[in-house]
Design a protein around this ligand. Structure first.
Ligand SMILES: [Zn+2]
Ligand SMILES: [Zn+2]
Length: 295
């Protein structure tokens, strides 16, 4: 349940001007307003599962459309019944929607969304309803241009350098110089994973492997690990195990049980940090930069 100062679960990812929303708990539109973000920049909403604390904000977000013009379609991706939820909400609430909504139901492992520069994969979790994790993976980036190599190969400083940097070969008389001859090795893009509402599942660490940032449920402290198993949720320590196993950069805990006070959350964090030191507690409206690992 939402608490004053602790909203329900929702993560917004901003990448090159595009907004991607992961889950949409009650009141998400208020957070969007507080962040002064333009909701029409949201191109895709990824839903983990259809429990109320992850979807009750969705109708409000869809109805914001009556306030702004929107030309691009909105895609909603989630496990089975998300289509029914969206359609029933539209119908019963008589929503005025002046843009296209595309709903895609997913259940299992695979690429669920592709766009220039990145793709998003899903992974099936183990919860009391079909529930999936998501990982956004950027394409590899070209290697660093090495001017000395270009000069050695007789390519003069100037426009030919930019041609090579953009990945196109250049011709010097009868000789061709290819980009890979003047560039260092290709560099990885970034990866961000989002996993919540699940018992520990095999393959979780592999799915999030190499993420620069993992946002993962840390609902309970270890003394309630039996409750976590019964209710199919993760403890903060289990989130840390996944982060450790997947060698992620940082772990942001989310989806805390409302039973915990702010002081008690520090205890959850402590349990996580004993396993994975780069864990932190995510907070409402917190903004987290995700730089390239090599920058
Ligand atoms: Zn749930
Ligand atoms: Zn939940």
């Amino acid at each position: 349940m939402p608490l004053p100062g602790r909203s329900l679960t929702s993560v917004l990812l901003r990448r090159e001007g595009e907004l991607l929303l992961f889950d949409c708990g009650e009141g998400t539109q208020i957070s969007l307003r507080r962040l002064a973000l333009r909701w029409k920049k949201i191109s895709v909403i990824f839903i983990s599962h259809t429990h109320a604390d992850h979807v009750t904000g969705l109708p409000g977000i869809l109805m914001l459309s009556s306030q702004v013009e929107r030309d691009d379609p909105l895609t909603i991706i989630g496990p089975p019944r998300i289509r029914e939820y969206v359609e029933a909400s539209r119908r019963i609430l008589d929503m005025y929607i002046n843009y296209e909504i595309l709903v895609k139901e997913v259940w299992g492992e695979g690429v669920v969304h592709e766009a220039p520069g990145y793709r998003v994969r899903s992974y099936p979790l183990n919860h009391s309803k079909p529930c999936v994790a998501y990982a956004l993976e950027e394409d590899e980036r070209p290697g660093v241009f090495v001017p000395e190599r270009a000069l050695e190969l007789g390519v003069p400083r100037g426009p030919l350098w930019s041609t090579l940097q953009s990945g196109t070969a250049v011709t010097l008389g009868s000789r061709e110089v290819r980009p890979e001859q003047v560039m260092g090795p290709r560099r990885p893009g970034r990866k961000v994973s989002y996993m919540t509402d699940t018992a520990l599942v095999p393959g979780a660490a592999d799915f999030v492997r190499g993420s620069d940032l993992l946002i993962c449920e840390g609902m309970f402290a270890q003394d309630l690990s039996d409750d976590a198993v019964d209710k199919k949720h993760l403890t903060a320590a289990q989130a840390a195990q996944i982060a450790q196993g997947g060698a992620v950069g940082r772990l942001g805990l989310i989806h805390y049980s409302p039973r915990y006070t702010e002081r008690e959350l520090k205890g959850l964090l402590q349990e996580a940090r004993e396993i994975f030191p780069k864990a932190f507690l995510t907070r409402d409206l917190q903004v987290i930069d995700i730089p390239y690992a090599d920058s």
